[in-house]
Design a protein. Structure first.
Lengths: 201, 201
DNA sequence: CCCTGTGAACCTGTTCACAGCG
DNA sequence: CGCTGTGAACAGGTTCACAGGG
């Protein structure tokens, strides 16, 4: 469920402010959702709240981390070190959520050997070795559209099981591999669309 | 509908390859969807296909552009010129889809006056004037989480009607303003989650 | 025959409303 | 009382299956 991430994010924020308990209504208000929605989502995975009180912030956060798999670190690699790829390598939001880049790859000679964030760019051919070495399950593709499918095929071959795809193309992969498409231009198009076809309230 | 963007993207690809006609089954195959889904989505907006033949690629693309509002250029501003903001300013995928950055804003003195992509960074206080001047409806927020809500409030005040939010926080805005959340860390969490709770087939 | 557009069945996810616990 | 967890009603979106056109 994609909303669990939002709940966790908000809970961590609340924890940092020293809030120890929160109700579904309260949490929903901060997230622009409804109380029933929050309760239903959480109840699906277990009974975390206390009636009459609400949810213990720290405890619920721990549960959500466990469910999302964020209770431990995940090694991630990135392919395609253009402007976007470099920004992603330096983005601090990943590490604070338990994701660590352990490798970056490109095919351009001029980029190989350079370091961005905390990783050095390697030739794409070395990806198999590094994936085995660090037990990498997740990869980020930030190549041009033309290269993305070939890269995805290679990543599948070396045993990656999840791909976050920033390239503006639809990746076709086999069973057992999940693709998370991130369509930047598409997201703006959605806005443009909703902005014109949604008005009035 | 968020899938229209995908259809359009694929149609433009096909057009470039000189393909003039495509069936729902064919298009679905290239996008990992089903033929019925494609037909239903398209039929919602009108009758674009010819039975026994399929859809004229160029014609359908033009219709989708009209529906999505991509048949003309949209001016966009960006707030928060960090690594991610700079990458977005230089990302070519926006312009090719009809979105043009006409302004970039930050509060850091050190960044103001610098140029990235084709725009020069201005002080955030000038945003109102520039929005009026260029009739800007859409904005991108790429600030740290702490600043994002204040920036959103300011953008609402100057009349922006759509915000693409890359900051890891949920923005609360008034009616008449649409927020498109882009949760980068959340997207990786989804993958992590699905990768563990989905396998077998 | 192949393909679209669409009623109808189906399914998934959301909202409502309330029983029951603290 | 306030708040959770959950059946039950509901809504939205997806899939099926087919009539009809080219």
């Amino acid at each position: 469920m994609q909303r669990l991430s939002l709940y966790l994010r908000r809970l961590e924020h609340l924890a940092q402010e020293g809030v120890s308990t929160v109700s579904s209504r309260n949490l929903a208000g901060q997230l622009g959702t409804t109380a029933a929605q929050v309760r239903r989502d959480l109840a699906y995975f277990g009974q975390f709240g206390k009636a009459g009180v609400g949810y213990k912030v720290e405890e619920l956060a721990a549960q959500l981390r466990r469910i999302l798999g964020t209770d431990r670190t995940h090694n991630v690699i990135l392919v395609g070190v253009g402007h976007l790829g470099r920004a992603l390598l330096r983005y601090k939001g990943f590490r604070s959520r338990g994701f660590e880049f352990v490798g970056a790859f490109d095919i351009a000679r001029s980029k190989i050997g350079k370091t961005f964030g905390s990783v050095t760019v390697r030739n794409l051919q070395e990806v198999g070795r590094l994936v085995k070495q660090h037990d990498v399950r997740l990869a980020v593709i930030a190549t041009p559209a033309e290269a993305a499918q070939d890269v995805a095929d290679m990543l599948c071959k070396v045993g990656i099981s999840g791909i976050l795809n920033f390239a503006p193309t639809t990746l076709i992969v086999g069973d057992g591999v999940t693709v998370g498409p991130v369509d930047l231009a598409g997201a703006l198009e959605q806005l443009s669309f909703q902005t014109y076809h949604a008005p009035m309230s």
